[in-house]
Structures are given as structure tokens and as C-alpha cells.
Design a protein around this ligand. Structure first.
Ligand SMILES: CC(C)(COP(=O)(O)OP(=O)(O)OC[C@H]1O[C@@H](n2cnc3c(N)ncnc32)[C@H](O)[C@@H]1OP(=O)(O)O)[C@@H](O)C(=O)NCCC(=O)NCCS
Length: 170
């Protein structure tokens, strides 16, 4: 028997998803504005994948996970990954979706930036083949100039200071 609560479907984002993605970004990242390595991205304009319970139409189904990315110079950067129902495989499935798309597009490197407080993300990505890359010490000082909404304290009340690069060669 299938447990309905753990069944979800994944599809790429389309232009018609921009409104709800913008709301999702406001809720999860305090703004549609994202900052990575001193660059600004607008999350609702990025390509990505979403996970849904029920229908994959946002009006009739329920969005329970979202990944956005940016492709440049043979590399694919995951800008955001969020799962609303953690521990049922949504994060892994979204990561698999972008990895498969990147491989099909001939991209050689999948990478992302997380912050020093995000111990769960460090565990999650390393268990899925990612290696530690550069540590950008105090990068958040500059990032907050671009996005003042970035909090001082993060997960576990750890001060958010450094950007940590994680990558996997494809
Ligand atoms: C990191 C994050 C995306 C992971 O998403 P998730 O949907 O919980 O991911 P999964 O369910 O695929 O995997 C999480 C854990 O649950 C386990 N799991 C997966 N399916 C499961 C199931 N059916 N039953 C029980 N556990 C399960 C996985 O084994 C995994 O554990 P592991 O890391 O020890 O291997 C999520 O925690 C999140 O949204 N965090 C906040 C935002 C964030 O920090 N994003 C990353 C910033 S770069």
C-alpha cells in the first residue's frame, strides 16, 4: 500500500510559476533577492524544479519543495533548495533532478554555496557526493550590504559569517 503523505511528483519550473515561487522565496529566503559570492540573483526568475503533493499544477496541487539554479561557464550553481516536508526524500529527488539535467546539458560541475551555520546542509550534501571547496571567510559582511535581511544568527543560533562552497564533478 502506498502512503499518500510520502508520494510527491517533480517537474521543471515554467514562466507561469513565477508568482508562487516569488512568495515561496519571500517566505523561505526573506526576499526574492538572493546573494551568492557577491552576486545578486532574483529567485523567481531562475530555472528550477518543484516537488508537489497531488497535481503538479500549483493551483490544484501543493508545492512542497523547490530548487533553483543558474548555469554559467560549464558549471551549474544550485541557488536554493528547500523542502517543506523534510525526511521523505524531496531534497534528494530535487538534487537528482538538477544533476540529471546538468549531465544532459554537458555541464561538468554542480556546485553551491551554503553558510557556516547550516550543519544539516553540510551533512546532506556531503552524504550525496559533494566535496568541500573554498571557504570564503566573512563573506556575509559583504552579502548583507546587498541583502540586509540576512540575519546575524542562523541555525542553532550560530553567527552566520562564512560562505562554504560544495561541489561535485559530473
Ligand atoms: C537540506 C534539505 C533541503 C533536505 O531536504 P529533505 O527533503 O529533508 O531531504 P531528504 O528527505 O531527501 O533527505 C533528508 C534525510 O531524510 C532521510 N530520508 C529520505 N527519505 C526518507 C524517508 N522516506 N523516510 C525517512 N527518512 C528519509 C534521508 O536519508 C536523509 O538523511 P541523511 O542526510 O542522513 O541521508 C532540507 O533540510 C531543507 O529544506 N533545509 C532548509 C533549507 C536549506 O538549508 N537548504 C540548503 C541550503 S543550500
Amino acid at each position: 500500500m502506498t502512503d499518500e503523505a510520502t508520494v510527491f511528483h517533480i517537474r521543471p519550473l515554467h514562466d507561469k510559476d513565477r508568482n508562487w515561487v516569488a512568495h515561496f522565496m519571500d517566505e523561505h529566503w526573506r526576499s526574492t533577492k538572493l546573494v551568492s559570492r557577491g552576486r545578486v540573483f532574483y529567485g523567481h526568475l531562475l530555472p528550477g524544479f518543484a516537488a508537489f503533493h497531488g497535481s503538479t499544477d500549483h493551483c490544484t496541487g501543493k508545492a512542497i519543495g523547490l530548487l533553483t539554479y543558474h548555469v554559467e561557464n560549464q558549471g551549474c550553481e544550485v541557488l536554493t533548495l528547500d523542502s517543506i516536508e523534510q525526511g521523505i526524500g524531496i531534497g534528494s529527488a530535487l538534487l537528482d533532478a538538477v544533476k540529471t539535467a546538468a549531465i544532459h546539458a554537458g555541464i561538468k560541475r554542480l556546485w553551491l554555496i551554503t553558510t557556516n551555520d547550516n550543519l544539516h546542509a553540510l551533512r546532506f550534501y556531503q552524504k550525496r557526493g559533494f566535496r568541500l571547496g573554498h571557504i570564503y571567510h566573512n563573506a556575509l559582511e559583504e552579502a548583507r550590504k546587498l541583502k540586509p535581511q540576512i540575519p546575524i544568527l542562523g541555525f542553532h543560533q550560530i553567527p552566520i559569517r562564512d560562505e562554504i562552497e560544495l561541489y561535485v564533478n559530473l
